[in-house]
Write a protein that binds this ligand. Structure first.
Ligand code: C2E
Ligand code: MG
Ligand code: MG
Ligand code: MG
Length: 285
C-alpha cells in the first residue's frame, strides 16, 4: 500500500474526503432498501409556454427522503444508482409515478389542455433492453397518450451514439413520445449531428440563460441563443430554456423565439398538487 504512494497519502490527509467517501458508500448500500421502503419522491417543475405564459406540463425531478440525512437531491444519489445499476428499477419507478401523475392532472384539469410530463433518462436506461417495452406497458396501464410524455436524454449521453443506442429512442419517437436533448450546449456535439438524432426538443442549458439575468443582456449570449434557436427551428425542433430566474430573462427569451421555459421565476420544483393549482389558475384567469 505504501508503494502506491502519492494518491493514497493525499487521501488519508484529507478527513473531509474520507467522510464524503464514507457517506457515499453508506448511501450506495442503502439505495436498494430505500426503493423498497418508498423513501423516494418526485417533485414537479412547471414548463411554461413563453408565448402566452400558460403551464403546459412539468418535469419530474426525483428526491430521496433519507432517514438520517434528510432530503437529498438527485446529484447526490443518481450517480451512485447509475454505478450500481439500481438506476434501472429506480428510473422505471420514476416513469411510472410520473405517467400516473400526468394522467391524474389531465383527469382533474380538463380545462387546462392536456398537461404533459417530462422524465429524465440515464444513459444506463438507454442501453437497458427493457426500455421500450416498459414504457409501452406503463403508458397503457396508466392510460396516458404517448404524446403526453417527453423523455429527456442529456446531450453528453448521445455524443457519438451509434445506431444501437438510437434504436430504442427512434421507436419511442415513432410511438409519439417526445425526446428532448437535455443540457444542450454543455457537450461538444457536432451541430450537424442533430439531424441524425430522433429528438424533437432542445433543452438549452442554464449556462446560456445566465447572461440574461440583467437587462440589457450580455450581447454575446443573446447572439448565441438567437443562433441556436434559429438552427433548432430550421430543423423543426422546439426550444425549451432552463434556469429562468428573472422576468427580464423570460422576456428576452420570448423575443428570441424560445418556445417553452422552466425556472424559479415561474416556480421551483414542488409537489404535484401545486402544478394542478398553477395550471388551473392559468386556465381560469
Ligand atoms: P436537469 O434535468 O437539467 O434538471 C434541471 C435542474 O435545474 C433541477 O435540479 C432543477 O431543480 C434545477 N433548476 C430548475 N430551475 C432552476 C432555476 O431557475 N435556477 C437554478 N439555479 N436551478 C434550477 P435537480 O432537481 O437538482 O436535478 C438535477 C439533475 O438530476 C437533473 O438536471 C437531472 O439530470 C437529474 N435527475 C433528476 N431527476 C432524475 C431522474 O428521475 N432520473 C435521472 N436519470 N436523472 C434525474
Ligand atoms: Mg432534465
Ligand atoms: Mg436540463
Ligand atoms: Mg441542466
Amino acid at each position: 500500500r505504501a508503494k502506491s504512494a502519492g494518491g493514497n497519502r493525499f487521501e488519508l490527509a484529507d478527513p473531509e474526503a474520507d467522510a464524503r467517501a464514507i457517506t457515499r458508500n453508506g448511501l450506495t448500500t442503502a439505495l436498494p432498501a430505500a426503493l423498497d421502503r418508498g423513501e423516494f419522491f418526485i417533485e414537479y417543475q412547471p414548463l411554461v409556454h413563453l408565448g402566452d405564459g400558460s403551464v403546459r406540463g412539468a418535469e419530474a425531478l426525483v428526491r430521496w427522503l433519507h432517514p438520517q440525512h434528510g432530503v437529498l437531491g438527485p446529484d447526490r444519489f443518481i450517480p451512485l444508482a447509475e454505478h450500481t445499476g439500481l438506476i434501472v428499477p429506480l428510473g422505471r419507478w420514476v416513469l411510472e409515478q410520473s405517467v400516473r401523475q400526468a394522467r391524474s392532472w389531465q383527469e382533474r384539469n380538463s380545462d387546462a389542455g392536456p398537461l404533459r410530463v417530462n422524465v429524465n433518462l440515464s444513459p444506463c436506461q438507454l442501453t437497458h433492453p427493457g426500455l421500450v417495452q416498459d414504457t409501452v406497458d406503463i403508458l397503457e396501464r396508466e392510460g396516458l397518450d404517448a404524446q403526453a410524455l417527453c423523455l429527456e436524454v442529456t446531450e453528453s449521453a448521445l455524443i457519438g451514439a451509434d445506431d444501437d443506442l438510437l434504436k430504442p429512442l427512434r421507436r419511442l419517437a415513432e410511438m409519439g413520445v417526445d425526446i428532448a436533448l437535455d443540457d444542450f450546449g454543455t457537450g461538444y456535439s457536432n451541430l450537424a449531428n442533430l439531424r441524425r438524432l430522433p429528438v424533437s426538443i432542445l433543452k438549452l442549458d442554464r449556462s446560456f440563460t445566465r447572461g440574461m439575468q440583467q437587462f440589457p443582456a450580455d450581447p454575446v449570449d443573446l447572439k448565441i441563443v438567437e443562433g441556436i434557436v434559429s438552427l433548432a427551428h430550421s430543423l423543426d425542433l422546439a426550444v425549451t430554456v432552463e434556469g429562468v430566474e428573472t422576468g427580464a430573462q423570460a422576456e428576452q427569451l420570448r423575443i428570441l423565439g424560445c418556445d417553452t421555459a422552466q425556472g424559479w421565476y415561474y416556480a421551483r420544483p414542488g409537489p404535484p398538487e401545486r402544478l394542478h393549482e398553477l395550471a388551473l389558475v392559468d386556465a381560469v384567469g
